[in-house]
Ligand binder design. Structure first.
Ligand code: ADP
Ligand code: MG
Length: 211
């Protein structure tokens, strides 16, 4: 698969928190002008991911769906919810009505695949529940092979279709090759460190990726 043939409805997950999922979502949103949904926002001390993508892309509010859960503390969803006396209910995380009718739907997870949502569910279960193919965002630098292969294996073993990988950070052709070979997947795009992130730059990156 090439980036240009990527499904227009995706679940964007990552090997970690702070790995670049939101930036990759913003690139996809700038190019596809679709519909963004962050089902669980864990951490409200800074801008939410939805606010960030809205600001970076300049897209109107109609492109953004409200979160199902928002928690104050920047912890795992399970831990952050527990502090507020809340248990995350998988039924409350169904795709918003009409979401699958949108020509493009970009869903962003929280943390990685094995982040706990409650006592018995993980982010993986939410990915499965949406039925969407997963796009994995991983760092380009040292450590990425292990994290990427573990994440890919976990997704596939649980029946999640993997659309491919986006590597974030300075180019590293050896790591890229290793992830493609051992992970039996494709690195669909590489995101260089960006000195500034704005609407125009995001659209340019999308066009470059789409080739
Ligand atoms: N390629 C990049 N260039 C510049 N800044 C980046 C890049 N990738 C991520 N960042 C910054 O790093 C931080 C973490 O990225 P983010 O997309 O929010 O990660 P995640 O959504 O996986 O938690 C953010 O401040 C983001 O703007
Ligand atoms: Mg994010």
């Amino acid at each position: 698969m090439r980036f240009g043939t990527l499904p227009k409805r995706l679940f964007v997950t990552g090997t970690d928190t702070g790995i670049g999922k939101t930036v990759v979502c913003a690139v996809l949103m700038a190019g596809l002008r679709g519909f963004y949904w962050k089902p669980i926002q864990s951490g409200l001390t800074e801008e939410t991911d939805t606010q960030w993508v809205k600001r970076a892309t300049g897209l109107p509010a109609g492109h953004f769906m409200d979160e199902a859960y928002k928690f104050q503390n920047p912890l795992s969803p399970q831990a952050s919810a527990a502090i507020e006396g809340i248990r995350i209910d998988m039924a409350a995380l169904s795709l918003p009505p009409g979401a699958m009718k949108r020509k493009s739907l970009i869903v962003e997870g929280a943390g990685g695949v094995m982040v706990p949502l409650n006592e018995s569910h993980f982010m993986l279960d939410l990915i499965k529940q949406t039925g969407l193919p997963a796009l994995l965002v991983a760092r380009s630098a040292l450590g990425t092979i292990n994290h990427s292969l573990l994440s890919l294996e976990k997704l596939r073993r649980n029946g999640v279709e993997v659309a491919g990988v986006v590597l974030n950070g300075p180019r590293n052709p050896e790591n890229r090759e290793a992830i493609e070979y051992y992970g039996n997947t494709e690195v669909l795009a590489e995101l260089a460190p960006l000195p500034e992130i704005n609407h125009r730059r995001l659209e340019e990156i999308f066009s470059q990726w789409a080739g």
